[in-house]
Write a protein that binds this ligand. Sequence first.
Ligand code: SF4
Ligand code: SF4
Length: 186
Amino acid sequence: MADTLNLNNSRFAEEVERLSGTPVRACFQCHKCSTGCPIGPDMDLLSSQIMRLIQLGEEAEVLGSRGIWLCASCEACTTRCPMGIDIAAVMDTLRMMAIERKVAIPDAHGEKFNRSFLGSVRRHGRVFEVGMMTAYKLRTCDFFADVDKVPQMLAKRKLSLLPNRSGAGKEVRQVFRRAEEEEKKR
Ligand code: SF4
Ligand code: SF4
């Protein structure tokens, strides 16, 4: 009964639904999203737990979660949800809300990785891994983690030393500009 009242009254749930465009309150806790999440074992809160906490209006716990920053936006959860909830979009929304509300980020490296990733997409129209990792390492001052993997990745042609620009670079930059304009209106 208490949950029903909370579900109906959670302003936080309404806000997440409005910003993500997906019906979080339709979640009935089947856990299909969590069982398919490749990052699940490392998350403090699984995606299904995050959905439930949103329904209950537990904003501080959700926005302060490390899990929302570990989410890789792979959309495995979204494709598995029987209720058609776009969980990956919810995770994006929660990260955005955490930044806007200046919530202390439990894994500050996650936020720095996000910024480095988006900066690379904006500049090149798609991610340029070497440039993104350089920006990330400069932001975190963590210069030596994973450097041992670089020669192998270069040998297997998994990394390119020069950016491979997207033909849609102009459109991608427009998307970023539009997103910034929308953000200013809020
Ligand atoms: S989008 Fe995020 S939460 Fe969903 S399955 Fe992928 S990593 Fe997990
Ligand atoms: S798969 Fe959908 S309905 Fe099931 S727990 Fe996850 S969000 Fe809720």
